[in-house]
Design a protein around this ligand. Sequence first.
Ligand SMILES: [Zn+2]
Length: 318
Amino acid sequence: MATIQSVLGPISTDQLGVTLTHEHVLCASAGIQQVFPEYVNRPQVIEDGVAALATAKAEGLGAFVDLTPMDLGRDIRLLEEVSRRSGVHLIACTGIWRDIPRVFWGESPDTVARLFIREIEEGIEGTGIRAGIIKVANDQEGVTPEGEIILRAAARAQKATGVPISTHSWAPGRVGEQQVRIFREEGVDLDRVCIGHSNDTTDTDYLLGLLRQGVWVGLDRNPGGTMPGTPDWEGRTVTTKKLMDAGYTHRIMVSHDAPITILIAPPEQRALRKERNPDGISFIFRRVIPRLKELGATEADIHRLFVENPRRYFEGGE
Ligand SMILES: [Zn+2]
């Protein structure tokens, strides 16, 4: 048991319960609410967030890890309100997503790490609400020079604070391997790292290779399928079961990455997402878990995936 920071203050890891480890209440852009407030219907975003989390809570959800850093439009007071009104523990993040601010492109990792460490140890934007996890992102282009600065900053902040790192990666391009290489160079304990979006591929050789290196693997895109060349949810679920059968039930985490409000996708794509997944962040409870059980997963396996693994990931130290 350990103490971690939720947006409503410290909680013990045994309070987390069933945890979705890669989600978003709102995806937007840094500063957009300040300069173009009418673009973001903030009261509606809050209502939709509360409704989705309360619904998922009634189906068993205990905690929601919101991996929205500043460049993805993090609104820390909004997350606080959604958590308070829904009754679901919410863990917020520091770090940087794919819109790396230009000011950091030539910056030293140590300087960027100072921001991450402050958000973890003191709080975000003067609120005193502390980040419980570090988010980083590298996509189809792999680890770019500016992306590498952010990865190294995240590694140093991880070592300074002990909180875990969760990545966005492009699994079809094996970008998780590039991320692991940088974390290794920085001397990060790979038990504190989750390579996310790994179920955008069904290549179990790649996934087992990551697991053998000692990282957690995030099978955290469900139903997914909006990116060309990525598997549908059934293919993803079969891949999850294959990793379980290979002996890694204790090292994988399953989540949706289905933002409750997404302003970074064009309106047609938002409609398509809703059509493809009317269940939102209840999709795993309604579709994936029953399917895993059909494939032979036991109640103990499910408990391990959604309760024990997130708890151990946040606690650190096997
Ligand atoms: Zn995400």
